[in-house]
Design a protein around this ligand. Structure first.
Ligand code: SF4
Ligand code: SF4
Length: 146
């Protein structure tokens, strides 16, 4: 089963839910969604337990929980590629791959669009559905890579 299937079935299994919106980017993702939603089966107890264990692991991770939705980037006056910077930081925070993380950071954050170029306007934080402390994390990114 795909990662998306777990998320969508989790949401659809909650009490009182009649519709689940799924952001799809291509035909394969749509086929995947249809495959488990056309004859919907709510999560059973075993599957709920699997999700609970996955939550524990994710909550113990140092990773920045960015989903790369890019809702934050369009209005950034500094044109900072926030999700790509967070992806580079996660390489270091989770995998400890400093060299690869720094290379990815420099590709994502050219001169003038570095993490340290953030002016703290807060536009991105208002747009982020994950409520990530973007400004604080960019400051951390600047300390890690600049
Ligand atoms: S707070 Fe920083 S990263 Fe966020 S929109 Fe403003 S300048 Fe861009
Ligand atoms: S809006 Fe939040 S979750 Fe989406 S890309 Fe930006 S930081 Fe990541």
């Amino acid at each position: 089963m795909s990662c998306a299937s777990w998320a969508i079935r989790f949401a659809a299994s909650l009490d009182g839910i009649i519709t689940v919106l799924s952001g799809m980017s291509n035909i394969e993702q749509m086929r995947d969604n249809i495959s488990y939603m056309k004859d919907f089966r709510p999560l059973d107890d075993k599957e709920r337990e699997i999700i609970r264990k996955a939550q524990e692991i994710l909550h113990s991770s140092a990773a920045i929980p960015c989903t790369a939705c890019h809702y934050c980037t369009e209005g950034c006056p500094q044109k900072i590629s926030i999700p790509d910077i967070f992806s580079a930081m996660n390489r270091q925070l989770v995998g400890g791959q400093l060299d690869q993380a720094k290379k990815a950071y420099l590709e994502a954050a050219p001169e003038g669009r570095r993490a340290s170029d953030c002016i703290g306007c807060g536009q991105c934080e208002r747009a982020c559905p994950q409520h990530i402390k973007i400004i604080e994390n960019l400051r951390l990114g600047a300390r890690m890579f600049e």
